[in-house]
Each structure stands twice: as structure tokens, then as C-alpha cells.
Design a protein around this ligand. Structure first.
Ligand code: KIV
Ligand code: NA
Length: 262
């Protein structure tokens, strides 16, 4: 199959075809995920937790993100590759541009993802021709401000702010949006309000696509599997079958169920 572009992903949203996404941090898993037909490979800074064993994503560096993005991009044939900008690598515009460029140039990513309604930063990167994915709701890089990995946007004001921030990111030229741990009804509404694809994690079935942390859905995470995730190894003997089951469950809108949603 030919490599997917941002246009192909956006067309899936327009046609109502669910978009499948999984995290990947190395060549072997990336190759299996790509072969199965998953649409997007996310080199997430969750690697700080599931690969490096830290308790948060905060220690992850840009050098490590470039390294893991290279491992993934070397073997990828079809999937669109998004790489996370780690904590404090986009705290000013110059740093943001330099670090995003590294993920694209050295890493081989097609788009970078950053957490929060970072208006100036998103505008600047888009002006430089760098594709940007927003990330709203639960922001793991702000865990010490948030206090807990909990559902976001439950109060009416917080829900309205999420809708406004999502709209703003789209206006500024973000090409995609990840919504993490928000009520399913709110995520559905935001997905309907935006023309860019909205990929949910713990955000219910109403999003345009779904993403999970690979090691959680393979049930081999060092941390307890979050409620919104699912053990896709159940009933299967090999990783490729489990990933295929996830891909099909996303495409057929069987995952996430109510038990994985808020
Ligand atoms: O780092 C990551 O894996 C992510 C997803 C959870 C969206 O940002
Ligand atoms: Na992340």
C-alpha cells in the first residue's frame, strides 16, 4: 500500500471511516503495526514510562525522541508518523522550531504533537511548514500541576474551555488533535465541531479515531493498565493477532466500549 498522507487521514474523517493509531517506539513493533494496517504510528513520550521505567513522561529528552522516531521511521512503509515534543522542548518559539525540525529531519516524523493550548507555538510551527497535532484534556507533562491522571473537562466551564481550545488549534492550522481522558459526550461534540481528525484515548467512541499505548493493550505495561485501555492479547497467542484485533475493533467502532469511556 502507498504511504498515507495527512490528506488520506483527513479524508477518512470526512467519510466517517474510523482512524486507527497505536504508539510505537522501536523497529520490530513498528513493522508489525504498520503491516497490520494501523493508520498512524505515534512515537509517544509515554516511552518514558513504558520503555524507560520512569513514573512520568517528564524526564524524556528530545535526543531520545529523535532516536526512537528514527527506529520507527526506518521500517515504516504505510502509516503516518507522529512524534511527541517532550516536556520543555517547546517553551519558547526558537526551541520549538529547532526541536520540531529535529523530529522531522533527523527522526523522519511527518507531524509533531505538543500538549496544551500553546497558541503562539502552534501558529509559529505551522508558519514554518511543520505539521502539528494538538493534545488536549489530560496533559501528562503537567501531571505535577494536575495532581492525578484523572478525567478532564467534567465541569461546564472546563468543557467550554476545551471546545474553545480545540477550535483555536484548528484555526491556527493544527492538522490533528488528540483528546485524552475527557467525557465521551464532550469528545463526540468536539469531533463533530472540528474538520480536522480527532483521535481519542479515554475519550469514547465518538472520536474520529482511537489511540492506545502499545504496551498497555498488550498487557505488558510496568504500570497498572488504565481503565480506558483494553487487554487485546486475550484470546490470542501472538502480538500480530492482538494488534490486528485492535485495528479491526477500532475500524468497526467496537472499541472503545462504555466500560472504557467516561
Ligand atoms: O505519549 C503518548 O503515548 C501519547 C498518547 C497517550 C496520546 O501522547
Ligand atoms: Na505523549
Amino acid at each position: 500500500d502507498k504511504p498515507l498522507s495527512i490528506n488520506d487521514i483527513t479524508t477518512m474523517k470526512r467519510k466517517g471511516e474510523k482512524i486507527s493509531c497505536l504508539t510505537a517506539y522501536d523497529a520490530s513493533f513498528a513493522a508489525v503495526i504498520d503491516k497490520v494496517g494501523i493508520d498512524i504510528l505515534l512515537v509517544g513520550d509515554s516511552l518514558g514510562m513504558v520503555v524507560q521505567g520512569y513514573g512520568t513522561t517528564i524526564p524524556v529528552t528530545i535526543e531520545q525522541m529523535v532516536y526512537h522516531t528514527q527506529c520507527v521511521s526506518r521500517v515504516r512503509k504505510r502509516a503516518y508518523i507522529i512524534a511527541d515534543m517532550p516536556f520543555m522542548t517547546y517553551s519558547n518559539l526558537d526551541d520549538a522550531a529547532r526541536n520540531a525540525a529535529q523530529l522531522l529531519q533527523a527522526g523522519g516524523a511527518h507531524m509533531v504533537k505538543l500538549e496544551g493550548a500553546r497558541v503562539d507555538c502552534v501558529r509559529f510551527l505551522v508558519e514554518q511548514g511543520i505539521p502539528v497535532c494538538g493534545h488536549l484534556g489530560l496533559l501528562p507533562q503537567s501531571i505535577h500541576q494536575l495532581g492525578a491522571y484523572s478525567v478532564q473537562g467534567k465541569e461546564p466551564e472546563a468543557a467550554q474551555k476545551l471546545r474553545d481550545d480545540a477550535q483555536k488549534l484548528q484555526e491556527l492550522g493544527a492538522g490533528m488533535l488528540v483528546l485524552e481522558c475527557v467525557p465521551a459526550a464532550l469528545a463526540k461534540q468536539i469531533s463533530a465541531e472540528l474538520t480536522i481528525p480527532v483521535i481519542g484515548i479515554g475519550a469514547g467512541i465518538g472520536c474520529d479515531g482511537q489511540v492506545l499505548v502499545l504496551y498497555d493493550m498488550l498487557n505488558i505495561g510496568v504500570n497498572k493498565r488504565p481503565r480506558f485501555s483494553k487487554n487485546f492479547m486475550t484470546g490470542f497467542k501472538c502480538v500480530e493477532e492482538a494488534i490486528t484485533a485492535y485495528h479491526l475493533a477500532v475500524k468497526s467502532a467496537e472499541f472503545p466500549g462504555l466500560e472504557h469511556s467516561f
